[in-house]
Write a protein that binds this ligand. Structure first.
Ligand code: PAF
Length: 255
């Protein structure tokens, strides 16, 4: 695995014979790698000659500075895992090189990004779409992989790619869950043991039949703060809070 932290160097490599006509897959991450990322990398490996992973904690997608400062950073362990899990190129750029303009230019979406998570996290999806646009332009991958846990993010990225005629295919990958059903997320590591136990009730309640209002009431009764439970594009989407940890999840709606 080659680790590249300078974007100029990466751009030279991308143009070189080393990559040439080989197909390239991209897995964008913010680190703190877990089995969910591993499944994205495995799918990427199956579909492409080369696997590029980016590890970049994107400051502009954090609407709350406390969330940015408490975001789990596990650089050494991530590098080891990326190598073990078959990454060919690991890009770890500094924020100043990703935002040489200081975030003057950004991608804004005016409809879906304002709903669900976007309603509770102003500016979050502009930050996500802007960094993903930059990463897609830098890597020029044939395919890029996004987990369906962040379903709203996946939809927005796919629609942005279509809208801007980007060449990269946006590939959705299924949610990976812990043994008790909780969707894997870097944020789970911030839960205290007793919160982690309560968290396991989130997917169980969300997958139950009933109206969004019923499910919201049941989540509240189980001790969650509920940002929303809503049906969209054949899925039931929800975000809840336990202490200062925010969890999201979704399930396909029963026919
Ligand atoms: O899902 C994530 O980890 C991030 O939102 C992403 C896509 C890497 C952009 O920073």
């Amino acid at each position: 695995m080659r680790i590249i932290d300078q974007l100029d160097e990466w751009r030279r490599v991308r143009r070189s014979e080393e990559i040439g006509q080989k197909s390239v897959g991209l897995v964008p991450t913010m680190g703190n790698l877990h089995a969910g990322h591993r499944s994205l990398l495995e799918r990427c490996r199956r579909d492409n000659d080369l696997v590029v992973m980016t590890l970049f904690v994107n400051p502009v997608q954090f609407d709350d500075p406390r969330d940015l400062s408490s975001y789990p950073r596990t650089f050494e362990a991530d590098v080891e895992r990326a190598d073990e899990w078959g990454v060919d190129f690991l890009l770890t750029p500094a924020p100043e090189s990703v935002y040489p303009d200081g975030y003057r230019f950004r991608v804004t979406e005016s409809e879906l990004s304002k709903r669900f998570c976007g309603k509770h996290r102003p500016g979050h999806f502009d930050g996500v779409l802007t960094v993903v646009m930059k990463l897609l332009n830098l890597v020029r991958a044939d395919r890029a992989y996004f987990g369906e846990k962040d379903f709203q993010q996946f939809l927005l990225v796919r629609e942005m790619a279509r809208s801007f005629f980007l060449e990269t295919e946006i590939v959705p990958c299924p949610i990976i869950r812990d043994r008790d059903g909780l969707a894997l997320s870097s944020r789970n590591s911030r839960l205290f043991p007793e919160q982690r136990e309560i968290a396991a009730r989130f997917p169980r309640i969300l997958a139950m039949p009933g109206s969004c209002e019923d499910i919201k009431a049941q989540l509240e009764a189980a001790g969650f703060g509920v940002d929303y439970v809503e049906d969209y594009e054949g899925r039931r989407l929800a975000a809840v809070r336990i202490g200062n940890v925010r969890l999201i999840d979704n399930f396909p709606l029963r026919k």
